[in-house]
Design a protein around this ligand. Structure first.
Ligand SMILES: [Zn+2]
Length: 77
């Protein structure tokens, strides 16, 4: 499983694990970034490969969101 090239130019959304602010970044940014620092709460999140895959996968399969630490507490149905 790899990061889909077709999403490099697409805006992807994830949530800050510190304050749950929705963050939008290009797929290419997510691919190359190592750390995300939240503008709102300054929480630093290590963008591991597994987390990147989960963010990409959540875009491809929004009906089956993965259990990211970033989405804890959200019950959207
Ligand atoms: Zn935050």
């Amino acid at each position: 499983m790899t990061l889909s090239r077709e999403l490099f130019e697409v805006d992807l959304t994830f949530h800050c694990p510190g304050c749950e602010t929705a963050v939008v970044r290009k797929g290419s940014w997510i691919k190359s970034a190592k750390v995300f620092i939240c503008d709102a709460c300054s929480t630093q999140t290590r963008l591991t490969y597994g987390l990147k895959l989960a963010i990409f996968d959540a875009h491809l399969h929004p009906e089956a969101p993965p259990s990211l630490p970033a989405t804890r507490g959200q019950s959207r149905q």
